[in-house]
Design a binder for this molecule. Structure first.
Ligand SMILES: Cc1ncc(COP(=O)(O)O)c(C=O)c1O
Length: 357
């Protein structure tokens, strides 16, 4: 607290990211990073960019990345916006598109940055409860005679549940709310979801946001992007150019472009994560855990007789970190990132010991 703060700062409740511990030997399964590392081609491109051009400002519009993504995704470059991680892209979307007269709708259990952006930008919100099985139901997002949304945002797969809404469900929400923007946050879609990207040409109110942090294993580079109608992209550009002209540095642009060009590495990395997820879920079930159906690179699990907070601290004593949210409805769950097979074996051995003890 300080008397020098602007009034808005007093009212903020900042997001608390998962811990990035300094100790190297930990089994780190708390922030949904990809254990397999980025494409070697991305690393080469980053090294080359480091050697040749850091003296110069980067391209403020990241045109090379926009063009690469447009070709890869089968859209036009003016439908693509790029930013410093998808968090920044989302922040701009909150300000540029979701700050309306009516409240913004999002699930009651979801990415905890959404309420933070609402606080930052003074956006009213309504939290739409997930169903009893933690699924999202499209009908809950359709306008009613007395009530309509000013905007809608949700992750698909949802976080931290990992549950997926079908493409039909997404289309119902987007088609049923033609007057407001629907943002689908696809941070984890490459691990088993159907992307809403094929819908963007038909629905001018749909914005799809993705990231290089998870499936492309470039969380440290900070690259995210959005795809939608050029008018939505223009709104994002207007906010971006009123905030920071150069959100992507030269290394980020070079690394991201090369990453998109290495399809084989991307596919193999996702395949391995999905395979390990299957084994992990089966082993957790054997230990008595209920695991929600996950289409992401993490699982969300609870044990009928052992409190999640106790499990999290017992794992931590064994140098394994997972994420626990002290939040109504989900405080008995642990969110566990799918690591390598070896990391998951260490986790399972520790759980056997803790539950047996
Ligand atoms: C649902 C969701 N959206 C967006 C992000 C932000 O990812 P990044 O800013 O690394 O692109 C995360 C990160 O964990 C996430 O879980």
């Amino acid at each position: 607290m300080s008397r020098y703060w602007s009034p808005v700062v007093h009212g903020l409740t900042p997001y608390v990211p998962g811990e990035q511990p300094k100790l190297a030997h930990l089994v780190k399964l708390n922030t949904n990073e990809n254990p397999y590392g980025p494409s070697p081609r991305a690393l080469e491109a980053i090294q080359e960019a480091t050697a040749s051009s850091l003296r110069l400002y980067p391209d403020p519009n990241g045109e090379a990345l926009k063009a690469t993504l447009a070709t890869y995704l089968g859209v036009r470059a003016d439908q693509v916006f790029v930013g410093n991680g998808s968090d920044e892209v989302l922040a701009h979307a909150f300000m540029a598109l979701l700050n309306q007269d009516q409240p913004l709708w999002f699930p009651d259990i979801t990415y905890s940055f959404y309420p933070v952006y609402c606080g930052l930008y003074g956006i009213q919100s309504k939290q739409v409860p997930l169903r009893g099985d933690f699924s999202m139901c499209a009908e809950d997002y359709l306008p009613r005679p007395q009530e309509r949304a000013g905007g809608i945002i949700f992750p698909n797969p949802n976080a931290p549940t990992g549950c997926l809404l079908s493409l039909e469900g997404i289309e119902r929400i987007v088609a049923g709310n033609p007057d407001v923007v629907v943002v689908v946050d696809e941070a984890y879609v490459d691990f088993g979801g159907a992307s809403a990207l094929p819908l963007v040409d038909r629905y001018p109110n749909l914005l799809v946001v993705q990231t290089f942090s998870k499936s492309r294993s470039l969380a440290g580079l900070r690259v995210g992007f959005a795809v939608g109608h050029p008018a939505l992209v223009e709104a994002l550009e207007r906010v971006k150019n009123s905030f920071n002209s150069y959100p992507l540095d030269r290394l980020a642009i070079a690394g991201a472009v090369a990453s998109v060009q290495d399809e084989a590495h991307f596919r193999e990395s996702c395949r391995k994560v999905v395979a390990t997820r299957g084994t992990l879920v089966a082993q957790m079930n054997q230990l008595g855990f209920e695991v929600l159906p996950s289409a992401a690179n993490f699982i969300f699990a609870r044990h009928p007789s052992c409190a999640a907070a106790d499990l999290a601290s017992a794992l931590r004593e064994r140098a394994i970190i997972v994420r626990h949210f002290r939040q109504p409805r989900i405080d008995q769950f642990l969110r566990i990132t799918v690591g390598t097979d070896e990391q998951c074996e260490i986790l399972i051995e520790a759980l056997v010991e803790i539950l047996g003890g």
